[in-house]
Design a protein around this ligand. Structure first.
Ligand SMILES: Nc1ncnc2c1ncn2[C@@H]1O[C@H](COP(=O)(O)OP(=O)(O)OP(=O)(O)O)[C@@H](O)[C@H]1O
Ligand SMILES: Cc1ncsc1CCO
Ligand SMILES: [Mg+2]
Length: 294
């Protein structure tokens, strides 16, 4: 059952509520991840997503199965009324066109004005000058988190068109480690690079999330979906964006691992990943979470 305390837990301090496990230290990642997921399920934060046409379905279903409330609202006319009510904002440039960019910026201005965290997914940042410039402008508007694949983070760091194939990465996440640290220092954002090991940095500290399965790369928009999940996690813990980001990655990866046990290929993994995220319980989460300092 969702959010239910279902079994044995590792050593912990007596908690303030029956749902809550309190981390013994900053390094008690499994307890931290469980607390955040429980909070997300309790609060069901409204997450506004201005995202690409490919990702809308998987992103909304990922947010719903995790316990958040997604709204794919992107019309510039609606942003003044709607954005102030969202708990966080997810901006994704995957199918960017010139008429969408003003809506993205207007939503970001309002998120910043009302102190809401927002997350940028710079899809294929190095694919064209228009896209790169748009991403760089958005980076300059102070995102809470930037989440991309290795090639995207390198393109942003170098501010140059890249040798990537398009939306897919031609780099390992670890190739982008130094770029991620520099980008975090320059932008003030938490920078997160997805891959076999997901890397999360504030420019000084670097953390790795080691969950997930390679087949997740064969489902379009899993990266977009985990970016939206990060937006939901920072909505419930905006003051600890690095920890929220690492927890979101790990939990999405665990859902992939559990889903893979039932899947026959990418299409059934997509379904089983969503189901596994929905039913993820404390025992499975605590035993599978793999987050380390790098
Ligand atoms: N080799 C791998 N092993 C385990 N998990 C992986 C691997 N590669 C990617 N993942 C996971 O798959 C998800 C998507 O990451 P990926 O780097 O493919 O994003 P992306 O390129 O932005 O995808 P998209 O643009 O299709 O949304 C992340 O949650 C990541 O942790
Ligand atoms: C395939 C694709 N093309 C533009 S956005 C997108 C979804 C994955 O990023
Ligand atoms: Mg992507």
């Amino acid at each position: 059952m969702i959010g239910k305390n279902t079994g044995e837990e590792p050593e912990r301090i007596a908690s303030t509520s029956s749902m809550e496990t309190r981390p013994n230290s900053i390094e008690d990642w499994p307890s931290r991840a469980w607390n955040l997921l429980s909070k997300l399920r309790d609060q069901s934060p409204l997450v506004q997503c201005i995202t690409n046409f490919v990702s809308m379905d998987l992103m909304a279903n990922t947010l719903l199965s995790a316990g958040a409330s997604p709204a794919m609202i992107h019309s510039i006319e609606e942003i003044p009324d709607f954005t102030p009510h969202a708990r966080s904002l997810c901006i994704n440039v995957g199918t960017l066109s010139s008429d969408w960019l003003p809506a993205m910026k207007a939503a970001v201005v309002l998120a910043n004005k009302f102190g809401k965290p927002w997350v940028l997914d710079p899809v294929a940042a190095g694919a064209s000058g228009f896209r790169l410039n748009a991403c760089l402008e958005l980076v300059g508007m102070k995102p809470t988190v930037i989440r991309g694949n290795g090639s995207e983070i390198i393109a942003l760091f170098k501010a140059s068109l890249g040798a990537s194939k398009g939306v897919d990465s031609s780099h390992e996440s670890t190739d982008a480690m130094e770029a991620a640290k520099s980008l975090a220092q320059a932008s003030g954002a938490i920078v997160a690079v997805s891959g076999a090991v997901d890397i999360i940095t504030d420019g000084n500290r670097v953390v790795g999330a080691h969950n997930g399965v390679p087949m997740m790369q064969k489902i379009t928009a899993t990266g977009c979906a985990v970016t939206a999940l990060i937006a939901a996690f920072v909505a419930v813990d905006p003051l600890h964006a690095l920890e929220a980001t690492a927890s979101a990655f790990s939990i999405f990866g665990i859902a992939g691992e559990l889903g893979m046990n039932m899947a026959k290929g990418p299409a059934s993994l997509r379904m089983h990943l969503i189901d596994s995220l929905y039913s993820l319980d404390q025992v499975a989460l605590l035993s599978h979470t793999k987050i380390t300092s790098l």
